[in-house]
Design a protein around this ligand. Structure first.
Ligand code: TXA
Ligand code: MG
Length: 329
């Protein structure tokens, strides 16, 4: 099958709507990463997402809606704190998990009685969701276990020939997937960290828990148990305190004739004058925005990526570290 990459305009939106209504898939941009969308009400279409990505069938999907969509159609038991959070952070990179009304296909949540809902802020995502007017189930638009896509080209390199349409909305500005927040309890609980941090949530909701996987317990967010985000080359991760050792390892690998790149922030790149560098930038937001793009660049160029963790470990860097250690662990 031929995969079209089209800018978002009335023609491509009409095609997107047609494909979704036929039970087919459409990739679209968001402010975090690109999504691989299907009509969330159509069992077969949602199953096609799993087949196309090679995604484990017990890892539930997020439903995406436009900002004027009344989510009470999809979910129930919305607590007061969630209303405050929605007001503060939506549209934006925060996915909220509620009790489901069972309106969308049960395949979306893999039989769980909850539903994850996201209202992306990306202009093209809003245009797309408004135009198609249906809840769109979408995981990140990469092959399962690979690095998430932040450009239409990334989507094409994973899914070209497997889907008919990629809506091109440029490079995603956020760069890591949305924060997933469980809103079914009396206190909100972060299941996956992202750009909306636990502190930001606690400031609005009064308090916020963070879920940590416990060996032997049933996982609350099934996505957490899978290996994710891996570039297709060798990787090693050093913490910031051991950056000197990372640079030594980099030189040793180069001396062995291996194509070696260091993945690090601009400060570390400058400190050592790293020549073969996948430079993440300086600010927290730059580092998050560049992470997946640089991992994908790295796997194209390098036999081995030697990564140095950012110095800061809180806030947005919690989400970055979580991805980096899964990618390079
Ligand atoms: O930024 C994002 O969230 C991107 C864009 C495309 O919106 N999407 C994304 O989807 O990252 P995906 O499928 O790669 O990750 C969805 C995460 C998984 O960790 C999954 O386990 C969790 O959300 N999740 C989905 N439904 C859930 C539910 N009902 N309860 C708990 N966790 C859920
Ligand atoms: Mg994903």
């Amino acid at each position: 099958m031929e995969t079209k990459i089209l800018p978002i305009d009335s023609r491509s939106l009409q095609l997107a709507e047609k494909l979704l209504s036929e039970g087919k898939l459409v990739a679209f941009p968001t402010e975090t990463v690109y999504g691989l969308g299907a009509d969330a009400r159509n069992d077969e279409a949602v199953k096609l997402i799993y087949a196309t990505k090679g995604r484990p069938s017990d890892n539930p999907l997020i439903v995406h809606v436009d900002k004027d969509y009344d989510i009470a159609q999809l979910v129930t038991d919305i607590p007061e704190y969630a209303k405050l959070l929605a007001k503060a952070f939506l549209p934006g990179p925060l996915t909220m998990v509620y009790k489901s009304r069972g309106v969308v296909s049960p395949v979306v949540s893999c039989g769980l009685d909850t539903l994850a809902v996201r209202v992306p802020s990306h202009k093209g995502a809003q245009q797309f969701l408004k135009f198609v007017g249906m809840p769109v189930a979408a995981p990140s638009a990469n092959l399962s276990k690979h690095v998430s896509p932040v450009t239409a080209q990334h989507v094409y390199s994973d899914l070209g020939g497997r889907i008919e349409l990629i809506l091109d909305g440029g490079k995603c500005s956020g760069g890591i997937e949305s924060t997933v927040l469980d809103c079914t309890g009396s206190v909100p609980c972060v299941l996956r960290s992202g750009l909306v941090t636990r502190d930001m949530i606690a400031r609005v909701a009064g308090e916020c828990d963070e879920y940590h996987m416990v060996e032997g317990e049933r996982v609350r967010s099934p996505g957490m148990k899978y290996k994710h985000y891996s570039p297709r080359c060798a990787t090693v991760l050093y913490d910031y305190a051991h950056r000197e050792e990372a640079f030594k390892a980099y030189k040793n690998c180069l001396a062995e004739g291996r194509r070696t790149y260091m993945l690090c922030d601009s400060g570390v790149a400058e400190q050592f004058g790293v020549r073969y560098v996948l430079e993440l930038g300086r600010s927290e937001n730059e580092i998050a925005a560049n992470l997946y793009d640089k991992l994908r660049e790295g796997e194209r160029l390098a036999d081995i990526i030697i990564a140095v963790a950012p110095e800061k470990q809180d806030g947005v860097m919690v989400g970055v570290m979580n991805r980096l250690s899964k990618a390079c662990g």
